[in-house]
Design a protein around this ligand. Sequence first.
Ligand code: ZN
Length: 372
Amino acid sequence: MMLSAGLAGIVQRRRQAAGGPAKEAGLLPAPWRVGFSRLWWRFADQALQPLDSDLALLELCAQPLATWPVQLDLSITDLQNSLLADGDLSEFAEQGSRLARHDVEAEWTENQVHLALREAAAANGSSDEEIGEAYAVLRRYLIDHAVVADREVRGLERRFPATDNSGQTHVHRLISLAYHSRPARAPQEYILCPSCRNVLADASACCATAGCPGGSPETWTAVPTAVVYEQHRATRKYIHDPGLVEARIIDALSVDSLAPTVRVTPYPGVDALDVLIEFLRPGVGGVPEVAETWGVDAKDQVSARLLGRGFTWPQAPACDRRYLALPAHRAVQPGYISDLEAELDGRVAGVHVIDENQLVARAKERAKELAA
Ligand SMILES: [Zn+2]
């Protein structure tokens, strides 16, 4: 994890150097140096010849961890990863560096976006319920829109009009943090993946979003007055893409046929959880009452071990059953669920790991049982 965080620092500096006048690079990032020295001792402990330079370690980082000469305390699945892929941080290293809590550019953007989301919701609601609803709509907006024209943003601003001290709407601030703005006066054609709505390079390109079922690319035309907004890499990686699994669960349980017996709340308690599922039954005078409540936290991460290590369950809302839902593409990876459960054991009690499709099937079954 320290190495990942150090690598993140190195990759970020390299990007900055490539993007403008080279700044004084100075020493290698502190977590890299810590990671290097820990690894040095591990080599020594295992009676191996320690690495003699940063360059040698950097070369090792491009190799799968399973091929490293030193034994590492990682699962068999995690060992298949390398830390660097094509000179960039691998998904595994990104997750590792985030767990080490070292500030990288992406994490900074992600935090800024989350903060702006909360502020926009808080400013546009006068009760906890209204704030919660505004949060859920705005968060879902980021999941549904990888690219958006300024006209549409103005529609969102009309719906959530609260402004900050400078007179700018909170929604506008959120969009300008989560997206790059690009001047454009004429209509712009985009090719989108029909399943995840990410932008594809061209009509023959395959969708590269993890676990996305893809489909025939769709052409979508943005009609801006002056600007189109395209999602930042960090927004896409940490809010949009992982949000797809939540969106699928929410949509599958929000269908009309279930409405009398299942109430779905996206992001209850301003994101304490991803989904709250309440099973309803007729109460006094026909007013529906809650018979049972399930909480769902959905997680789409490459390493089960690292996910388990960083996982916590919130104090509220109270839930009769608690589920950590995995997207189908993670759940089918050999060893993923067992690694995750092993890591959660003794750390978080009473949380069941479940595949997204099983969760939806089980919720539908439970609704039937409770209505009978
Ligand atoms: Zn896709």
